[in-house]
Design a protein around this ligand. Structure first.
Ligand code: F6R
Length: 609
């Protein structure tokens, strides 16, 4: 969701900005632009559409000279995607240029005030308002830092804002609130970006900018200030993954690469929290005495993170016998939930999702303890939660999540088992068997991946389907909602996921000749019941496919398309059943000629409501 890059140093800025923006393409965008300072003048180039248009317009960066610049990919919020609405925006004199990620909620009110003070607006964006507000205060106080702090005092909403002033031709200024921004420093240059992959090629030394911190970036480094413009000391973090981890590594798409990374992600996430065969949460800070007293858990998240929470609910309740409620973060944040004493688990790959962050804050306001299950180090949710479980998925570039969801499941299993251990709801021998079984998952996922051609063939057979239903019971239902979302997101095929028993209560009317119904069948005693529901749809003309645990004998049904997943403990089957569903969505997307990694209308990190 919008990407920002900034550079000041000894090199030409434009190729660095374009390269950085390419690395942020996964966030989703519909226009792009750069502003580069040269001899005290700002040059701005903007284009609607893909970055390659901007690259052509600038001769891959060679045509726009200067060693200080800012760049932006815009995902339209206020105003359609167009060159005029694209960032950077500037004042009329072109002495100030800015790029912005987020939403200025009171932009209409601020715009009206600025119009009264003589400003003219050309775009429909809140960013032009932000730029002209900074310009207004700069003209008033003649101080670039003060202009930014005055801006921050007057705007409501979220922003990561980078500004250049002609009178400071070798400096980039920035501020953020609830929208991600990182700073990188290297010999002879300094960078800012929305996310690490944009600058990983140049440096691994990164500062995470805190809310309402102002940054002054010069070629010899970064200085940080609070809103009173007092200097703030910050310590950089060393990024441990390399540039290759953020590249495709020989795969045709990031999504396929990330699907294949899942065995490693499972192993890495297990290694993070399992020491000498025992679950160890000391790094996370969750103490046994806290867990022992816990009598309720609320899980919140959005999209796939919410789906991981639904799996977690089944697992925690079954083995730790603690009541669990799973909620969409966007609902939880506004419905004034009744809660006391529960632990709130906020699941988020990016750690920046606006609704999840707001849900976390709502939980804290109610005095509840919070545990973040987050992938991105130093992200807002990670910083604001009481405890953090870092999933070890590494950088996830594909908009449709796969490996981060998988890592979230592992975090959920570990939490459930630890809780069960502390509360003594299952024997020590069972705990140890569950941990041992978790360690077999990477190899089982490898086996599924080795068989991916079967799914590819099935995708070719079903590429023309326009309606797909996923059904299952218990954890099989929970994995079905994730499979259905994957399909919708990247193949653009309409799909629904239903708890198998619920189908008859209305939805079955949608089944007609040729409708694809996919049954997930891994939950022992529930399998026969779901099979009956599948048969009901089969007799109404549906084409049936099933994902089944190896060794399970299905009743005589005539189902021809059966995809087996290795046997595992019934609590962990989502980790295996999801693999064929991810692959199906992937291959259908490829066959339909879609942009797999950057599906239409979607953004990787949803930092607005
Ligand atoms: C689905 C997907 C989204 C995210 C959701 C939450 O493939 O990627 O549904 O899961 O936007 O994002 P995070 O986990 O970053 O909070």
């Amino acid at each position: 969701m919008c990407g920002i890059v900034g550079y000041i140093g000894k090199e030409q800025a434009t190729p660095i900005l374009l390269d950085g923006l390419k690395k942020l393409e996964y966030r989703g965008y519909d226009s792009a632009g750069i502003a580069v300072m040269n001899g005290g003048e700002i040059n701005i180039v903007k284009a609607k559409g893909r970055l390659k248009v901007l690259c052509q317009m600038t001769d891959d960066g060679a045509a726009v000279k200067g060693a200080c610049g800012i760049g932006h990919t815009r995902w339209a919020t206020h105003g359609e995607p167009s060159e005029t609405n694209a960032h950077p925006h500037c004042n009329d004199e072109k002495t100030i240029a800015a790029v912005h990620n987020g939403i200025i909620e009171n932009y209409a009110e601020l715009k009206a005030k600025l119009i009264r003070r003589g400003y003219t607006f050309y775009s429909q964006t809140d960013t032009e308002v932000a730029t002209k507000l900074v310009d207004y205060y700069y003209k008033k106080y003649n101080d670039p830092l003060r202009a930014i702090s005055e801006f921050a005092l007057r705007v409501r909403g979220s922003y990561a804002l980078a500004v250049m002033y002609c009178e400071y031709p070798e400096t980039v200024f920035a501020i953020r609130k609830d929208s991600p921004m990182i700073i990188g420093t290297a010999k002879g240059g300094a960078f800012l970006a929305s996310d690490v992959p944009a600058i990983l090629k140049y440096t691994k030394s990164v500062y995470y900018v805190d809310n309402l911190e102002i940054v002054r970036l010069k070629s010899d480094g970064a200085t940080f200030f609070n809103l009173d413009r007092e200097e703030v000391e910050k310590v950089p973090v060393e990024i441990t993954w390399d540039a290759e981890a953020a590249e495709k590594g020989g795969f045709e798409h990031f999504m396929l690469k990330e699907i294949h990374e899942q065995p490693k992600v499972i192993a890495d996430t297990l290694n993070y929290a399992v020491k000498n065969g025992k679950i160890d949460f000391s790094e996370i800070g969750l103490e046994n005495k806290f867990l022992k007293k816990l009598n309720g858990v609320i899980i919140v998240g959005c999209g796939s993170a919410y789906h991981a929470g639904v799996v977690m609910q089944y697992v925690i309740e079954d083995i730790a016998r603690v009541p669990v409620r799973v909620e969409l973060a966007s609902e939880f944040r506004y419905r004034n939930p009744v809660a006391s004493g529960e632990l709130v688990i906020v699941i988020s790959q990016s750690g920046e999702t606006a609704d999840s962050l707001a849900a976390l804050r709502e939980a804290k306001k109610k005095g509840l303890k919070t545990l973040a299950v987050v992938n991105v180090l130093g992200s807002s949710i990670a910083r604001e939660a009481d405890y953090v479980f870092y999933t070890k998925a590494g950088p996830e570039i594909s908009v449709a999540t796969t490996k981060a969801y998988t890592a979230q499941l592992i975090a959920g299993y570990l939490f459930a088992i630890k809780l069960a251990e502390v509360k003594k709801t299952v024997d020590a021998a069972v705990i140890s068997a569950l941990v041992t079984e978790l360690k077999t998952l990477p190899e089982k996922v490898e086996r599924l991946l080795a068989d991916k051609e079967k799914i590819q063939k099935f995708a070719a057979e079903t590429v023309d389907k326009n309606n797909v239903f996923f059904i299952g019971r218990g954890i099989d239902y929970a994995v079905g909602i994730e499979g259905s979302l994957k399909l919708k997101e990247i193949s653009y095929i309409h799909s629904e996921a239903y708890a198998a028993g619920e189908l008859k209560h209305g939805t079955i009317s949608l089944i007609e000749k040729g409708t694809l119904v996919l049954g997930v069948l891994t939950q022992g005693a529930l399998i026969e019941k779901t099979v009956s529901n599948l048969v009901e749809t089969q007799s109404r003309g549906a084409l049936i496919a099933t994902v089944v645990t190896q060794g399970v004998r299905l009743p005589e049904t005539g189902f021809e398309r059966v995809f087996y997943v290795p046997e595992t403990d019934s609590h962990f089957t989502a980790s295996l059943a999801v693999i064929p569903l991810q692959l199906l969505a992937y291959y259908l997307s490829v066959l339909r000629g879609n942009d797999v990694d950057k599906p239409r209308n979607l953004a990787k990190s949803v930092t607005v409501e």
